[in-house]
Design a binder for this molecule. Sequence first.
Ligand code: NG6
Ligand code: CA
Length: 519
Amino acid sequence: MRHHPKPTSPHRVSLTQCLAALITLACSSLASFTANGTAAPNFVLIYGDDVGFGDVSCYGATGVTTPNVDRLAAEGLRFNSGYCSSATCTPSRYSMLTGEYAFRKSGTGVLPGDAALIIEPGRATLPSLLQKAGYRTAVVGKWHLGLGSSRGELDWNGEIKPGPNEIGFDYSFIMAATGDRVPCVYVENHRVVGLVESDPIQVNYKQPFPGEPTGTSNRDTLKLDWSHGHNEAVIDGIGRIGFMKGGEAALWKDEDMADVFTKKALKFIEESKDKPFFLYFATHDIHVPRVPHPRFVGKTSMGARGDAIVQFDWCVGEILRKLDDLKLSENTLVILSSDNGPVLDDGYKDFANEKLGNHKPAGPYRGGKYSLFEGGTRVPFLVRWPARIKPGVSDALISQVDFPATLGALVKVKPDATTMPDSLNVLPALQGDSKQGRDHIVEHANGLSLREGQWKYVSPGRTREKLGPWEILNISEPGLLFDLASDPGETKDLASEHPETVKRLAARLASITGHGKAK
Ligand code: NG6
Ligand code: CA
């Protein structure tokens, strides 16, 4: 409790209040104008989960139509070479929020649901830069960057911190990890939502709770069977990763998740409409378990995966409509992208393979989630800002790791050069003023690839290339080389024809990983 000085009369304004008002004024005016004098926009970052390059119609989807995503493309810039930094969730999100490639830091792989927070409080982040510029910031949806300070020790019944609110978000409404990992509850700011004291939550990633059902012991009762993993706790008839007990009243319903997150996102926009705001809206769709709301079931012939794409598109539509209703669309910069490429069977028998038809989740690209090929990290990447950006299509190379430096530049806040070594200011490309973005892209899965212009080098090691179930592909020395200009599907290895290019790209990759700088 802060100790207050003597109470003052309600009409007398204290010095502290005056100072607070001045600071607020200064902060909001900070965010009022961009470098070139246009009013600074609000930011809405819509971040899909496992949405592949070819999963939305503006990038050529055939099995599903996505009118709301397509609207963003028609009214904004559609990037053909937009990348997340990794072929899985946690490292992509880590890089995007910190401006540092996840491969520089151990412990940034796909996290369990009881992992500690992997972004140090106090460190500059995308949201903290925007806070500095006077923005109100929020994350709604999937977190998957850990909570608390040491693994497995968080008391889910108490104050849950450090978490998003400690690294730059004023407001958070999240699921801790993934839809397929316990705990299956929402966390709003520092508390589990809807928890009752008499039924505390316990979470354990090492051993089951005696007497609790598991996906193995109760397999014949499951409403969605698993194909691999996902056989530990059973929550709402679905096997998950990890064990949990209690918290019955707080458990989410998978079918309602898109509605719940969307409602919170809309509320945040509504409440922030008079100030500059940044909303990071990270959907659960189209990650497993794919259990869309009944109103979306059967909307495509692709089964749950296709229907989850329709649900994702609905969420996008709700956000766009709210911006329209509040007359905020013109000066809000909306980015839509995904955390990694597509996957079909990711551990549940939801018939994603069987019902795929001719749809190509990764578009023309090889591989998908978990892969070093283009399908792993080349994702939908749309940017709409009617007040400033002319609609069109861009071939500039652009990566999500650039968001801190680029959005920072827009609001005149410098990124932290020491902790954000990999974030480049690509504002001219993002705004469509320049055809030139980065001159290279590092793609991360189990190993690393490097794209430089038309060339793509895949370093030796192991990777996956099917969309699940997988066969592991062993890549031998000196690695693979593709010419993306003539062979976007990475079908013809040119390493033996161009040994000098292989050598040069391998050396560049080594210098990027070795010297801590990607510039
Ligand atoms: C894998 C899970 C997969 C998914 C992935 C993370 C199994 C067998 N597979 O370990 O289902 O949860 O982790 O996905 O458990 S991500 O999009 O969050 O990176
Ligand atoms: Ca993902």
